[in-house]
Design a protein around this ligand. Sequence first.
Ligand code: NAD
Length: 513
Amino acid sequence: MTDTTTDRATAVPPTTDEVRARVRAALDRVGATVPEGTGLAARTPITGDTLFELRADTAADTDAAIGAAAEAFRAWRTTPAPARGELVRTFGELLRAHKADLAVLVTAEAGKIASEALGEVQEMIDICDFAVGLSRQLYGRSIASERPGHRLAETYHPLGVVGVISAFNFPAAVWAWNTAIALVCGDAVVWKPSELTPLISLAASHLLDRAIAATGAPADVHRLVLGDRAAGERVVDDPRVALVSATGSTRMGREVGPRVAARFGRSLLELGGNNAAVVAPSADLRLATAGIVFAAAGTAGQRCTTLRRLIVHEDVADDLVGRLTAAYAGLPIGDPYDDATLVGPLISDRAADTMAAALEQARAEGGEVLVGGTRVPTPGGAYVRPAIVRMPAQTAIVREETFAPVLYVLTYRTFEEAVALHNDVPQGLSSSIFTQDQREAERFLAADGSDCGIANVNIGTSGAEIGGAFGGEKETGGGRESGSDAWRAYMRRATNTINYSDTLTLAQNVSFL
Ligand code: NAD
């Protein structure tokens, strides 16, 4: 196996004490206190060690938090939406003031490199700006009535308590997407973050509490519940939670979806992806290489939108693969706080073991590892070299989401073959095509092209802006969050028929009495 990445994999991670000191300082600046106790360990993937032992919320705490949020909702739902926007505007200002502090915590708990951690907080700020504008644009429709002297209208009303269950890899931004929108829509929020990222959750939640106090919003309009999957299950099963917005693995969604449906609750599922890029013969390979490396190796392959499959035309495959293996060889791996680092740690040793097992299976299925795939020796933490694997076909392992930096390369001859390969996986989150042929680009975006919720041209699969709706099809769960009209999922719709005539006219010409 060729592996030339070793020489750049040298950024030595800080010690656990150094990470703990950074974290303490950031929490102090935010003003958040850590509920030390038992039940939940705040760990850092930078060294793999525990930073603090925290008190986990009990089942009774979770029930009480949901009850308090349900009570707060009663007052919040009639607060004018632009006044609700004022809370989100104040929160956004606090996020701006503490952007660097929150980024320190994102890096400490999720292992993101400095630039991506700052980007995650920027995304929180962006969604706040969006939600503030939205607070003056929550509009319904007026519809032509078939009856004289009648008006038909659609109005939108706050839904209730929104339970937000979030994943480790976007420990704060996904919560902010949900919460900023839910709050302006007049909902209360109960947040059950990933058990792997309690500190950033405490800090972000504390800033929202400060904004709540500053604007006089009901104190319990947002509640944080710290705990593992069992705490999530309590939120899922509680009939006082009108909408469960759950982000995480397809395994989790398979459990959450039916449980919420069984009590006729609403769910919004944002689950795993297995994202692909098609690289056509006309592609600008310099641009494609940059887009592919960021999408496949960025965030150490731990984004739901990470590029996992490359479907490249056989005429340009060798050229592109040569460029990619060269780029991979130069990727600095190590300390995520070091500005020069591009690849930080995986979340756990288990994630590294899963990656190794996937590579073994890929080899057994005829794959050839072209670069990477090995572990970087460090005193602690799971640092891996991102891998590129050439596959003879879209085998079983290629069809799975392995949450690590493994890029499978497949080749194609015709555009139809590329689209068929692209769509032949259970997941449907993000996709892209690199081409300079406009017809081909449009065909990729058409009804019989990519079947994903996100389809891009000449840009990678990851790194969405908040302005569009975000989410995917098939086993990705079908949910849409963030921008565009995703806000409608956080409100209930009422259809109103108003008779302003002096006659009772029945629809469909029905006569009665
Ligand atoms: P995970 O499924 O292990 O956990 C996600 C959250 O769900 C955690 O808070 C966990 O405590 C909770 N949970 C797990 N089982 C539950 C259950 N039965 N009932 C209620 N809550 C439960 O996911 P993870 O490892 O934290 O995150 C990685 C996964 O998330 C990947 O598959 C990734 O693709 C996906 N993800 C998807 C999106 C998206 O928008 N589509 C975004 C980020 C991450």
